[in-house]
Design a protein around this ligand. Structure first.
Ligand code: SAH
Ligand code: SF4
Ligand code: F3S
Length: 504
């Protein structure tokens, strides 16, 4: 870094888990380049926005936030602002047109270029925009500053080869590129060696894992995801494995079997429904149908009776009729989701659905949305209430892990992913990252309560690390993509066509 004195940074993350993990890479890169994390609440010398473009309100949010920072920047000479992630990839130089005080705009394919772009912007006293069309460096080959001592994200793939007609992700994240299983497992092991107990495997469509390896020497393998889950089962010290997101069209029984037969795979599944109407699913280009979806849930529950299944649902897709919507409510009633992420359809530029006839009027969307939420809230409460009296193992979490002084409770996550507030009693030695057991005594739609007292407390290495304030570090794992790291500063794509190593 030029300038001599140490600069502080802060990364503000929007969007999905992939972005949360990318932000860990962004932080890792910045720390390698000499920046230090800004202390809570302090103004940072560098603010990085890692953005999302999945729905329209994400756009408004970013430009609102940037406006708030404009006066802060004018009062703080030398401060820099960088905008990366999906919305940057979508808006490119529009970001600078709308917020000319931004210093660097970088995309989803070149986060490794950020430190160099910041230096260049400072040196040239000119904003830098670099958006590439295809992946430059697999983010997992970049350094990371992990957020948690006990729980870690590990990417299995980036990008998505599906063409859901509502979705902007493939145009922003590119074609799917899969990591070699050995690289994924090496990263998992590196985390576990440092005390991490829980790992979440990440990909836009984990069930397609194995069909698009970046490494030409790794053969395509339809069973690769199930094999990866089973291999995680052999990692000593790894207590909890989760993954997101699977896709109902490609969710095969070998994955269900691997989940059921591998003790450290958590009894939790996120299975995005989107709509319960076959007609709407077809228009969405989601190739499963209502019957197949419900069949998957039956088989999952047969193999894992206590699995908590969550979902994503879109209300008001173009052409959705009241009858279609009732089909969605019917699936929701039958599926007994433990929770659902519900979204009002938002037209995204460049997606086929955005120009479809019959866009549903906003007041109809809102009314349906409220009915869906009311139904799902009732189901959440019913399902949670059924758990009263059952024993749970909780991994104590940090954000709410501190004892709540009013209730005396701490918070942990059960193996099935549910949030549980538990009475810690006089146990003052419990730390985030430790594992406790207790019994459920109360239920609300979005959490459970365990006031019976803790039956056992297991102090873990993750708890020690959290208490000491140390975070796991992972050396860059894996092969690069054979791409040059940084070239000129193009607004136009610097690479075209293939280049990800996934095709010939
Ligand atoms: N790859 C994941 C989804 C990633 S996007 C999958 O296939 O499940 C996360 C969720 O955002 C989607 O599941 C969908 O429910 C929602 N979403 C995506 N595009 C949307 C849009 N245009 N309007 C409303 N919700 C949308
Ligand atoms: Fe989007 Fe569909 Fe790919 Fe998910 S599977 S990221 S919804 S295109
Ligand atoms: Fe948003 Fe990009 Fe994720 S659009 S949901 S941050 S892949």
């Amino acid at each position: 870094m030029s300038g001599g004195q140490v600069k502080s940074y802060s990364v503000r993350t929007f969007g999905c888990q992939m972005n949360v993990h990318d932000s860990e890479r962004i932080s890792g890169l910045l720390e390698d380049a000499g920046y230090v994390a800004a202390t809570d609440g302090a103004d940072a010398d560098l603010v990085v926005f890692n953005t999302c473009a999945i729905r329209e309100n994400a756009d408004n949010k970013l430009y609102g936030n940037l406006s708030h920072l404009a006066p802060v920047k004018s009062a703080r000479p030398g401060m820099q602002i960088a905008v990366g992630g999906c919305l940057a990839q979508k808006d490119k130089d529009v970001v600078l047109r709308k917020a000319p005080w931004v210093d660097v705009v970088f995309g989803t394919h070149n986060i490794g270029s950020l430190p160099a772009l910041l230096d260049r912007a400072r040196h040239n006293e000119q904003a830098q925009v670099e958006i590439l069309d295809s992946l430059e460096t697999f983010p997992s080959t970049l350094p990371a500053r992990r957020d948690s001592a006990y729980s870690g994200w590990v990417s299995v793939s980036v990008g998505c080869n599906n063409t859901c007609t509502f979705c902007i992700v493939p145009s922003l994240r590119g074609k799917e590129v899969d990591r070699r299983p050995g690289d994924v497992l090496a990263e998992v092991r590196a985390l576990v060696d440092q005390g991490v107990l829980e790992v979440t495997l990440l990909g836009q469509n984990v069930n397609a894992y194995g069909m698009s390896f970046a490494d030409p020497d790794t053969p395509r393998n339809r069973g690769a995801f199930a094999e990866l889950l089973r291999a995680c089962g052999d990692i000593e010290g790894l207590e909890r494995v989760r993954f997101t997101s699977p896709h109902p069209a490609e969710f095969t029984d070998d994955v269900i079997e691997a989940m059921a037969q591998t003790p450290n795979i958590c009894p939790q599944l996120h299975m995005p429904l989107q709509s319960g109407s076959d007609r709407v699913l077809k228009a969405m280009r989601r190739s499963y149908r209502k019957k197949k979806f419900l069949g998957i849930l039956d088989r999952v529950r047969e193999a894992m009776p206590h699995a908590a299944i969550t979902t994503d649902i879109i209300v008001g897709f173009p052409g959705e009729t009241e009858e279609d919507f009732l089909e969605t409510l019917d699936v929701v009633e039958k599926a007994r989701f433990s929770s659902a992420f519900t979204f009002q359809y938002s037209a995204r530029p460049g997606t086929p659905a955005a120009t479809m006839d019959d866009q549903v009027p906003p007041e109809v969307v809102t009314e349906r949305y409220q009915r869906l939420i009311a139904l799902q809230e009732r189901i959440c409460l019913d399902e949670n209430t059924r758990l009263i009296g059952s024993d749970v193992e909780l991994l104590v979490v940090a954000d709410e892990g501190r004892k709540n002084s009013a209730t005396g409770r701490m918070t942990g996550r059960a193996r099935d992913g549910r949030l549980v507030h538990f009475a810690a009693g006089d146990r003052t030695d419990i730390r985030p990252g430790d594992v406790v057991t207790s019994t459920i005594t109360g239920a609300a739609p979005h959490h459970l309560v365990a006031d019976a007292g803790v039956a056992s407390v297991r102090r873990t290495r993750a708890g020690d690390a959290h208490e000491a304030g140390t975070l796991p570090t992972t050396a860059p794992v894996g092969v690069g993509l054979g791409m040059p790291t940084i070239g000129a500063a193009p607004i136009e794509p610097a690479t075209s066509g293939c280049g990800t190593g996934g095709c010939s």
